[in-house]
Write a protein that binds this ligand. Structure first.
Ligand code: MRU
Length: 356
């Protein structure tokens, strides 16, 4: 990797009173950072995918809750607690599928509840917890990279979907972490980046961050993966996750399931990489995962133009579920997990867990 600095998708603003994000809506045309300084700004940024990717929205949600609750910092403790609960519920609702968001909000609420005293003291504790979530995510990304490194041999041609890189996390990404580490070790690795309709996270974001890091990347429209596999051009599929159920079923960007089916048909290994914060022991299987449904106009008005008649309904689930049976192995920050999966307990990453 020629660029040693991994992009920092979420951090505090310079004055510490806002959340600074890379505005991912502007990429790849323009690199822009924005400071989120209110509950409205935080919720809007998460809902519109200015900040996106399961770990990154957990971090942004946690930091955003600190910023939003700060507005109620001058109130009495009971009033502050009521405002905090309402803000937490509001941020949590912005995107339902990635468990990282709820998980991070729960951690902040637990940190707040553990403090006796005035709102200012509570806010300090919440800020420290948000810092811990960011730091832990950075460390977990690195360890996912290490656990997944043996999968990316010299010369490996990796197909990925959506963006599970640095832009989606607090560190070097999840699915892309083993790719970054393999490149750093001098292995020749190249990436096929699925375009990822309708919002193009693969062609806009994965291609942007890999090209920036000097890793060979080629974009393809989603419907091209099958023939590429048949032609023997793909050695492994490596994707991220938004929620992994106790039985190993994986929710990830819409289209992931199709790739898993294709990979199985062609005898290509299909790997999922995710930090501990993405495992949800409370969800027994994929059927119990809420799938976010987004505005049909994302499908009808793609690429800045009308791509379907305005009055024709459009189907637009943001995620799908890949059955555990199609997943060759899951790379967590702890280990390479092989089937049969049993994540009834969250793999232990860093720090405290609300659901140990
Ligand atoms: O809708 P998005 O762009 O937030 O979807 C993101 C994904 O599906 C990623 O693959 C997943 O969050 C893992 S990110 C490390």
């Amino acid at each position: 990797v020629s660029s040693p600095d991994i992009i920092q998708a979420v951090r505090w603003s310079d004055d510490g009173r806002g959340v600074r994000i890379v505005d991912q809506r502007a990429l790849p045309d323009r690199y822009a950072e924005r400071d989120l300084r209110s509950a409205d700004a935080v919720c809007d940024a998460i809902a519109t995918l200015a900040v996106r990717g399961a770990p990154a929205i957990g971090i942004a949600g946690a930091m955003g809750l600190v910023v939003a609750a700060g507005e109620a910092g001058g109130r009495s403790r009971p009033e502050f607690d009521a405002a905090l609960a309402a803000l937490a519920a509001r941020i949590r609702r912005t995107r339902p599928t990635a468990v990282n968001l709820s998980w991070a909000i729960d951690r902040l609420l637990a940190a707040a509840a553990a403090v006796v005293g005035a709102p200012a003291v509570v806010l300090d504790a919440m800020r420290a917890e948000a810092d811990a979530i960011l730091e832990e995510d950075r460390a977990m990304c690195r360890r996912i990279g290490e656990c997944g490194l043996p999968l990316v041999h010299d010369g490996a041609r990796v197909l990925t979907h959506c963006n599970a890189g640095a832009l989606a996390t607090g560190g070097m990404g999840t699915a892309l972490a083993p790719v970054y580490l393999a490149a750093r070790e001098g292995r020749r690795v190249s990436v096929w980046a699925d375009e990822t309709r309708p919002l193009l996270q693969g062609s806009r974001l994965t291609a942007w961050e890999l090209a920036r890091a000097g890793i060979p990347v080629t974009v393809l429209a989603d419907n091209m993966a099958a023939s590429l596999m048949r032609a023997g051009e793909v050695d492994l599929v490596l994707v991220g996750a938004d929620r992994i159920a106790a039985n190993g079923d994986v929710a990830n960007k819409i289209g992931t399931y199709g790739l898993a089916v294709l990979a199985r048909h062609h005898g290509i290994p299909f790997y999922v990489a995710a930090p501990s914060s993405t495992f949800d022991p409370a969800t027994p299987d994929g059927d119990a995962i809420a799938i976010e449904q987004r505005d049909p106009d994302e499908v009808r008005n793609a690429f800045g133009r009308r791509t379907a008649p305005a009055d024709v309904p459009a189907h637009n689930p943001a995620f799908d579920v890949t059955p555990a049976a199609l997943v060759t192995a899951i790379v967590s920050d702890r280990a390479l997990h092989h089937p049969p999966y049993d994540f009834g307990r969250r793999p232990r990453g860093e720090g405290r867990r609300p659901n140990p």
